[in-house]
Design a binder for this molecule. Sequence first.
Ligand code: AMP
Length: 172
Amino acid sequence: MHPTASLLRDVPDFPEPGVVFKDITPMLDDAEAFGTVVRDLAAPFADQGVTHVVGIESRGFIMGAPVALALGAGFIPVRKPGKLPYTTVSQSYDLEYGSDTIEMHVDAVGPGDRVLIVDDVIATGGTASATLQLVRAQGAEVVGIAAYVELSFLSGRDHLDDVPIVTLVHVD
Ligand code: AMP
């Protein structure tokens, strides 16, 4: 288990009954732990020629921006609809009930770019999978997905085909 795992807080029944929310704020609050997490997410990709880190709204921004700087890469926000100011490309994906959409600026990535996708938690993998499709549709290469926590019992990896996935805390 990762040395920072004890700083992950379980919040039962948030945001709705039956969900155990994995709260990363105690880890973020600890400079040494936050630094360790950023280093451990970036290190496996240090020699992969990453040009951009894509962070998924909103905790993916907190995790993704320092990982981008650690890798000497740029940072790109992927956001919920209507939040980005310039022209966007979008990708919709299915949820258990209904669907959701994410957006990225049209000029954010393109052919020749090597992208690492970062989020705080991989649950079903639906959000990361949609982000993967969005980045690939722009002609960029996805070199990997990095997330602090993986809810292994939800088998999110099954949605993320052949891309290398690095996660630090696994919840069975
Ligand atoms: P998914 O698309 O199911 O992999 O969900 C991933 C997104 O939802 C991530 O951006 C997470 O921040 C958030 N998320 C899903 N489940 C949880 C959970 N149990 N605790 C914290 N965040 C979660």
